[in-house]
Design a protein around this ligand. Structure first.
Ligand code: NAP
Length: 295
């Protein structure tokens, strides 16, 4: 078998085209430009690249972005203060705190300072709960992007055995919840899992979310499985690509698979947040906006 590529770049481009149209309609209707605020702590070069890419994509779809950069020596209280300020700022529609933050900071406390109505990266407990219960909150961006990619290729999930390797709060755990919500039978694997190879070999749908190049051997993949490789380290995924391509039916490339879908989901959720904020303002005229951002 030679796997069909799940082309995240192409699917993301289609989503971003749609978002561009939605942004233009929004500006026309409300006479202001939606805004995503990004918060970056420290000087990790990869995080700088990710934040720059997100700002570039905002510009391409006609959104504004505001970049807040903070030194690696700040305290959790200072970070929480910045996030609360952005949460209260009527010009800001969506907030992204670039993960991971330096180890001395309480990342969970920082995430919880984001107003769930602006949590377009889907990192708050509220978003996790509404997403898990299928109640319409914002999806965690990477998991939401993975689901959109699977849907773009009409991959059936109901009744399938999905194995998620990794259980982080931003990726492994929420993608398992989304798969469960689509009636897959879900197994989680993590660093304490014994017999990883045996679990992987039973997966109809495999999501790798670890960050260890080549951890998952191509020979472990069940013939015909759908393989989504979200891992990214040294420009390489978690799955041995060439060997997996001989067994899988569908496979994401790294790069060009999950990464572009994450940004597309983030921006799709930002324009949705902007529309919801305007609906809330119509319902309660006390909520006002300052500055349209229109040239
Ligand atoms: P993380 O917080 O470090 O979590 C890694 C997970 O992998 C943990 O749950 C860990 O288990 C598990 N793990 C570690 N070693 C393992 C092993 N030998 N066998 C099985 N599981 C193992 O990382 P993350 O933030 O979730 O990110 C994971 C990867 O996805 C990274 O490469 C990251 O760069 C990439 N990523 C990509 C995107 C994108 O848009 N493409 C977005 C986010 C992340 P424990 O819980 O037991 O420690």
């Amino acid at each position: 078998m030679n796997a069909q590529v799940l082309d995240g770049r192409a699917v993301a481009a289609t989503i971003l085209d749609r978002v561009r149209g939605e942004v233009a309609d929004f500006v026309e209707s409300f006479d202001r430009v939606p805004m995503l605020a990004t918060v970056l702590v420290g000087d990790d070069p990869a995080s700088h690249t990710y934040v720059r890419m997100k700002a570039n994509r905002c510009a391409k779809v006609g959104m504004r972005s505001r970049q807040v950069r903070l030194g690696s020596d700040i305290t959790t209280d200072t970070l929480v203060g910045h996030l609360r300020q952005l949460s209260a700022d009527p010009e800001v529609d969506g907030i992204l705190l670039q993960h991971p933050v330096p180890g001395h900071l309480d990342e969970r406390a920082a995430f919880e300072a984001i107003d769930p109505a602006k949590d377009v990266d889907g990192v708050t407990r509220t978003s996790f709960a509404t997403m898990s219960f299928g109640e319409g909150g914002f999806n965690s961006a990477t998991p939401g992007g993975i689901m959109a990619l699977l849907d773009a290729y009409d991959i059936p999930l109901a009744g399938k055995h999905a194995v998620v390797v990794g259980r982080s709060a931003i990726l492994g755990r929420p993608v398992g919840m989304l798969l469960l919500g689509r009636d897959a039978t879900v197994t989680y694997c993590h660093s304490r899992t014994t017999d990883l190879a045996e679990h992987v070999a039973r997966a109809d749908v495999l999501v790798a979310a670890v960050g260890r190049p080549g951890l998952i051997r191509g020979g472990w993949i069940k013939p015909g499985a759908v393989v989504v490789d979200a891992g990214y380290a040294d420009n390489t995924g978690d799955v041995e690509y060439e060997a997996a391509a001989l067994r899988a039916s569908y496979l994401t490339p790294v790069p060009g698979g999950v990464g572009p879908m994450t940004i597309a989901t983030l921006l799709a959720q930002t324009i949705r947040a902007a529309r919801e904020h305007e609906a809330a303002r119509r319902a309660d005229p006390e909520l006002t906006t300052t500055g349209s951002g229109r040239e």
